[in-house]
Design a protein around this ligand. Structure first.
Ligand code: AMP
Length: 121
């Protein structure tokens, strides 16, 4: 499967549709999920064209990988949910069919602001 340039996060990255931006740098863009599942529900996506975590792990540069992991922490701090400044959160990435991935551009969900509860249903 190749990367689909028409996915919704690709459109957000190209500024074709708006998002409620939280943070942006050279490697990542973060914005609030349009359909929040918890009090705080943010998304962190790499700027590069990667379908999912497997694709990213296989093909991204070391700088991009570090940039995404660091980006998650920067966003969590900004939202007041990282362990340094808050009470913690859950970072989750769905991969392909069994993972329940809907948007085929790698993204991490950050859930916080309250107890997140059971890990899987
Ligand atoms: P996943 O099922 O892991 O692919 O998650 C996709 C997420 O993207 C869902 O939580 C959606 O609510 C969210 N989403 C879809 N469209 C948008 C959008 N335009 N802005 C922000 N979040 C979106």
């Amino acid at each position: 499967m190749s990367y689909d340039d028409s996915n919704i996060f690709a459109k957000i990255l190209r500024n074709e549709i708006p998002c409620e931006k939280i943070y942006e740098d050279e490697f990542v863009l973060s914005f609030h999920d349009i359909n929040p599942q918890k009090k705080i529900h943010a998304l962190v996506i790499p700027k590069g064209k990667y379908i999912d975590l497997d694709d990213f792990s296989n093909n991204a540069s070391k700088e991009e990988i570090v940039g995404l992991i660091k980006g998650i922490n920067i966003v969590a701090k900004k939202l007041g949910i990282s362990k340094d400044v808050g009470k913690g959160y859950r970072a989750l990435s769905n991969i392909n069919e069994h993972g329940g991935q809907e948007v085929p551009h790698l993204h991490f969900h950050l859930f916080g602001g309250e107890k997140i509860g059971k890990m899987v249903e």
